[in-house]
Design a protein around this ligand. Structure first.
Ligand SMILES: [Zn+2]
Ligand SMILES: [Zn+2]
Length: 198
């Protein structure tokens, strides 16, 4: 097994708080197990909490909006929450389906802090989506950044104006590539404060 540090470069920082909430990754249909295990290890480092990969949740293609060929975020959130009732953890769904919201043509992900659910789509994180050759490492880094971002929201963080911070709002893949897979010092401090208030 490859040490997590190799995947999570830049995340080894001294953080003086503890996160007690747990995170559960919910794969939607088939998502590569090794990929998710790697994601879980890196997210554990970011959020200092245990992260578990759940069994996959089957979401039929017929659930997609037929005209758009995309999955409505609220529909997915509802399914994930119904599949894990009373989960005392933040649920992070990872899907290959392209996602949209009423106000957005597409989203890389979304989070609902009140309901404790976050979603990330790898659909537009693949190089192939942009007509480029597949790149497994780049896909992983992008997924880690967007997962960190959405979990940040689920733990109470807002968008950050630092374009290098994981909490920066990405409207394009260029902005995702430009940001770091972890939080800036300000967001790190905010995260610690948010946790202490609970
Ligand atoms: Zn956001
Ligand atoms: Zn920040």
């Amino acid at each position: 097994m490859t040490p997590a540090g190799k995947f999570c470069a830049g995340s080894t920082r001294t953080i003086l708080y503890e996160m007690e909430a747990k995170v559960r990754i919910v794969p939607i249909n088939t998502v590569d197990a090794a990929f998710l295990d790697r994601l879980a290890i890196c997210l554990e480092e970011r959020f200092l909490t245990s992260v578990r990969v759940e069994r996959s949740l089957v979401v039929a293609r017929s659930t997609l909006n037929a005209t758009r060929g995309q999955l409505f975020v609220a529909t997915l959130n509802g399914k994930v929450l119904r599949a894990h009732p009373g989960a005392e953890a933040v649920l992070l769904a990872v899907t290959d389906f392209d996602l949209y919201k009423t106000s957005h043509r597409f989203v890389f992900g979304d989070a609902d802090e009140a309901q404790g659910v976050a979603v990330v789509s790898v659909n537009r994180l693949r190089s192939e989506f942009y007509g480029e050759p597949g790149d497994a490492n780049l896909l992983f880094q992008r997924t880690l950044k967007e997962s960190t971002h959405e979990l940040g929201h689920a733990f109470g963080l807002r968008h950050c104006y630092n374009a290098r911070c994981a909490m920066y709002y990405s409207n394009s893949i260029f902005e995702t590539d430009n940001k770091m897979p972890h939080f800036c010092d300000t967001c790190d401090r905010r995260l610690a404060r948010t946790r202490n208030e609970r």
